[in-house]
Write a protein that binds this ligand. Structure first.
Ligand code: NAP
Length: 527
């Protein structure tokens, strides 16, 4: 497929004229010469948003089977791009082929899972309360509820998942599934990959004769284009994955609008791993190796990267640190996604190494390429950690700090102290149950997902997954950005009171023509 460097506004390909942009190859440290991408501006954002608004009522009212088919066909179109997509994503991200092939499978699987969700219709939450005309002192009306799409959604593709969290990634899939047109702001770290995937969505929408504005892809560097997108009155919600500063900036824009809108921003998390004493004694060595493998996976560029480990001081902890240090020292440096992310990693890692009370215990193999990250491991004590807020900052990359606590009480204090997280992990044996029971109530308040005897990297796309958590992990702890309940972010309930049968939405008709599971007078029934 040809990459032209154009934006995709509805059915058109439009060359932006605000600035010339090049894709970048982080492995070579140089720009990819062809094509030159034309960065757009406020005019293209306006056009895309207006088209999305025009498309909204038609798109959300299409038969569910058509909406599901749209998602299925996008997935098939991405698969049909074959090696060309993987090669381009590899060039632009520096990520290995196998990782990108896995990510493509996750992306298409996610789209197909949302197609199933759309067809099943549970997301509608169809609810019927029968009228009670004889009720005293007042009769009750006929009340029926269903959820509808909120409106056009702005999606900011993530740098670290050029497929699964970008143009046709989780935010787009869940918004399209909900019935929302989508305007994507392409991430500058994978412009060509974005265009290839965007062209698939554009082509499928056209082949299915869907309303023109159901999907657009805008491209541009600098804050103006993203701010204009969030500020446009047609946009009713935002999905974002990236830095804390970026997420907060877009939340401010959204809150300052005449009509404020929700921003679902996934921002920063250091994913504490609690190493409980009996588990450390029994299998500290294998835990240390598993921990390091998780830490360096994908050059540490995962939002679920384990950036913090906490344990009560003991000989077993010393052995854990020794084994982890040995394992980490052998880990090769890896290419990071962008020069900016690499520079931010080096800055964060050098802040850690120059913090008083923090000791560097291991470094990975020295970098040999232009944007490579060398892994690092630090140790500190709980007193220093609790007194140094900077030690909680997310350093995006293969670095972690082990916090030594003097006793269980201090470990609980660290758990209580940490900010909101996407995940928290317990490495434990049955003999650690009493400590685990003390930690869990705190961890429930702190994290969106609590794991036992696993490592947080690797997020399943399923019905029960939660990829969210209290601030600053996300801007709204009530939502998830991975898993099928991600659709709820882009829905809102509407109640229909005393509607005549001919005016009711299909999902709420007495005869249940969509064959949905519905809540009727409090009972879940298929009638
Ligand atoms: P980013 O700088 O937050 O950028 C993400 C997207 O938001 C880009 O499209 C960017 O546009 C846009 N953006 C950022 N700030 C904006 C603003 N003030 N106004 C309008 N648009 C704005 O994130 P990144 O480039 O992916 O990575 C940078 C850092 O983010 C990493 O070093 C890491 O710390 C963090 N990160 C975290 C996660 C996570 O999952 N928690 C994932 C990826 C990255 P432009 O690029 O055009 O500015």
């Amino acid at each position: 497929m040809l990459i032209t460097g154009e934006m995709l506004i509805g059915r058109k390909a439009v060359r932006g004229e605000e600035q010339a942009l090049h894709a970048f190859n982080p492995a070579t440290g140089s720009d990819i010469a062809e094509p030159v991408f034309g960065g757009g501006g406020v005019a293209q954002v306006k056009e895309a948003c207006e088209l999305a608004q025009q498309a909204f009522d038609t798109y959300r009212n299409l038969p569910l089977t058509v909406r599901a088919e749209f998602l299925d066909r996008i997935a098939d179109g991405i698969t049909a791009l074959g090696d060309a997509l993987i090669e381009r994503a590899q060039q632009e991200s520096g990520l290995p082929k196998a990782r990108l092939e896995g990510e493509r499978g996750r992306t298409t699987g996610q789209l197909k899972l949302f197609a199933q969700v759309v067809r099943a219709g549970q997301w509608l939450s169809a609810t019927l309360d029968s009228p009670l005309p004889e009720r005293k002192p007042l009769p009750r009306s006929d009340l029926r509820l269903q959820k509808i799409a909120v409106g056009p959604v702005a999606v900011f593709g993530a740098s670290n998942f050029p497929l699964a969290f970008s143009v046709a990634g989780g935010d787009t899939a869940s918004a399209l599934a909900a019935g929302c047109p989508v305007v994507v702001k392409a991430h500058g770290a994978h412009l060509g990959t974005s265009e290839m995937v965007g062209r698939v969505i554009q082509r499928v929408a056209q082949e299915m004769d869907l309303p023109e504005g159901v999907f657009s892809l805008v491209v541009g560097a600098g804050n103006a284009i993203g701010e204009a997108l969030v500020a446009h009155p047609a946009i009713k919600a935002v999905g974002f994955t990236g830095s804390r500063a970026g997420g907060l900036a877009l939340m401010r824009v959204a809150a300052a609008r005449a009509e404020p809108i929700p921003v679902y921003a996934e921002m920063s998390s250091i994913n504490p791993v609690f190493l409980l004493s009996n588990a450390l004694n029994q299998r500290g060595e294998s835990m240390a190796r598993g921990f390091v493998d998780s830490l360096v996976l994908g050059a540490g560029q995962f939002c679920t990267n384990p950036g913090l480990a906490i344990a009560v001081d003991s000989d077993a902890l010393k052995s854990f640190v020794a084994t982890a240090s040995e394992a980490l020292s052998a880990k090769p440096a890896q290419t990071m996604l962008t020069a900016g992310i690499c520079a931010a990693y080096q800055k964060g890692e050098s802040t850690l190494s120059s913090t008083k009370g923090v000791e560097e215990v291991a470094r990975g193999v020295e970098a040999s390429g232009p944007t490579q990250a060398r892994a690092a491991l630090f140790v500190t004590d709980a007193k220093t950690f609790l007194a140094t807020p900077a030690l909680e900052d997310e350093v995006f990359g293969p670095v972690s700090t082990i916090v030594r606590c003097k006793d269980e009480q201090e470990m609980l204090a660290v758990a209580e102290h940490v900010e909101g997280q996407l995940t928290a992990t317990l490495q434990m044996d049955s003999a650690d149950l009493a400590t685990a029971k003390k930690l869990v109530p705190t961890l429930e308040r702190k994290a969106g997902r609590i794991l036992v005897n696993g490592y947080p990297t690797g997020v399943e796309v399923s019905h029960a997954m939660v990829h969210g958590g209290p601030f600053p992990a996300t801007s709204d702890s009530r939502a998830t950005s991975v898993g099928t309940t991600a659709i709820d972010r882009f829905l809102r309930p509407v109640c229909y009171q005393d509607f005549p049968a001919d005016l009711l939405p299909e999902a709420l008709a007495d005869s249940n023509p969509l064959d949905l599971w519905r809540r009727r007078d409090g009972e879940i029934t298929r009638s």
